[in-house]
Design a protein around this ligand. Sequence first.
Ligand code: RIB
Length: 304
Amino acid sequence: MNKPKITVIGSMNIDMVTETDIMPNQGETIFGSVFSSFTGGKGANQAVACARLGAHVTMVGCVGEDSFGKQLMEALEKESIDTKNVKTVPHITTGVASITVCDNDNRIIVIPGANHCLLPDDVFSLKEIIAGSDIVLLQQEIPFITVEASIKLANELGVSVILNPAPAVKLPKELLEMIHIITPNEYELAILLGLDDKQERTYEQLIELYPHRIVMTGGSKGAFYKTNDGQIRQQPGRKVEAVDTTGAGDTFNGALAVRLSEGSTLEEAVRFAVSASALSVTKLGAQSGMPLRTEVERFMEIQP
Ligand code: RIB
């Protein structure tokens, strides 16, 4: 089988990860336990996930002219990801994410740096690459105008788009209609729907409110999605020993893109993506735990 071709247009960050047993209160200073740094960024993470799961990946993004930028490029090249369309921008720092991991959960602040230099023209110049892709995979850590331009261009060229709407913003209806599948978590979906009330809703009720094609990630609960005939299904989560959930959503998106590019049904692709993302949380760091195709397949045999 030919490798599916996926173009990832998105962010590249260095993740500065602090592990702590408790979260400090406002104005409080505490001791954390361990500090580590990793290559990350939702775009780069999704590119790595796709490559490990068997896709030919083209990364489109920006880094600064610094050691972090070089580190990110090397990490992608090690995974045989095509980095010819990653721009090195002078006089601006590579994107950085400050991540606090506590109780197997994370809080992330991103300083976009060079990521905000990825502009629509950078995407327009890649018409041929986009036209030759099975799927274009996008997130929202790059300028919104670039996300918008990428969706429109892919649409014009008849290429499917998966949008991971993180960090979430409310999106125009005409743009949503051009997206093949959107993959928010429950917080992001509430923002997409413009819900600012604190009313508690079940996953099913939330997803019911969304009019377009959607796969919603639910952490340890797995994923929820609408079938073509509008039915809501849950693919339950897998039992694993979670160490760090950073990058689980990125693994999910990468896995979904790979399987859909290969022609799998949405149901098969979601089942595969839930297993891949479960495996990814067993190691510290977004990319460190991202599994190889064979590892996911073996895991699915053990936990069918
Ligand atoms: O999704 C996880 C990623 O979000 C991290 O790698 C961090 O860089 C932020 O972009």
